[in-house]
Design a protein around this ligand. Structure first.
Ligand code: PGA
Length: 256
């Protein structure tokens, strides 16, 4: 039986109290089966309040953070450590999101340090990879995605790979309404799986969950989930509306 992971990346939206209202509405509207894991990634400031609302929902809803720093503690003003996130009940952490790569200068080396810091604490990275429009037009999609995957996951062991989820998020599709076609998504997912098979093993690549992200809505999610290459979705804008996100969860449930 297939299992889907549906993740909602709130980005820099929602105060703690707004986040509580959103999650309360979502819980009233969506009750995923055990085959769909829903992951919510609020901003750091809303994580404790959302964790409180989600208590008792373990197994169906999990918490994620949107970023992490790689050091354990110390003089790193403004940064948040893996232990701090684990202590709040986070199970997943998004790393390498294109907004962090392109707006904040995050490099593959920084992403790799974050991945290792999370794995040391048993936290599950959701590693985002994907090309810009210019890179796609220049025929460099595979090369860019290969760099993000192999450098972002450098020195990650086969055992640790079991904790890793990848999200293919073409930069040109994020927040634009210009979603990748299901064929474009499946084609890059296959490329990622082949890479993972050659760097780790076929069994690791078969088990690896690869999400599609970029303008996913209730209107198009079914097309992505219909492909056996796609193991779920990373949803930005459409997760900020309880009705829309609940619909996405129900659709995932109906496809299982
Ligand atoms: P979007 O964002 O759904 O608003 O395109 C996706 C993401 O950035 O994770």
């Amino acid at each position: 039986m297939r299992h889907f992971l549906i993740a909602g990346n709130w980005k820099m939206n929602k105060t703690a109290s707004e986040g509580v209202s959103l999650v309360e509405s979502l819980l009233a509207l969506a009750s995923p089966s055990s085959s769909v894991e829903v992951v919510l990634a609020p901003p750091f400031t809303a994580i404790p309040a959302v964790a409180h609302v989600l208590s008792g929902q373990a197994g169906r809803f999990a918490l994620a953070a949107q970023n992490v720093f790689w050091e354990e503690r110390g003089a790193f003003t403004g940064e948040i450590s893996p232990a701090m996130l684990a202590d709040l009940g986070c199970r997943y952490v998004i790393v390498g999101h294109s907004e962090r790569r392109h707006l904040l200068g995050e490099t593959d080396d920084m992403v790799n340090k974050k991945v290792h810091a999370l794995l040391r604490h048993g936290l599950r990275p959701i590693l985002c990879v994907g090309e810009t429009k210019a890179e796609r037009q220049q025929g460099r999609t595979h090369a860019v995605v290969a760099r993000h995957v192999t450098q972002g996951l450098d020195r990650v062991s086969a055992e640790q790979m079991k904790l890793v989820t990848l999200a293919y998020e073409p930069v040109w599709a994020i927040g634009t309404g210009d979603a990748a076609t299901p064929d474009q998504a499946a084609e890059v997912h296959r490329h990622i799986r082949a890479l993972v098979a050659s760097h780790w093993s076929t069994s690791i690549s078969t088990e690896l969950r690869i999400l599609y992200g970029g303008s996913v809505t209730a209107g198009n999610v079914a097309q992505y989930l219909a492909s056996p290459e796609v193991n779920g979705a990373l949803v930005g804008g459409a997760c900020l509306d309880a009705d829309g996100f609940a619909k996405i969860i129900r659709i995932a449930d109906s496809i299982i």
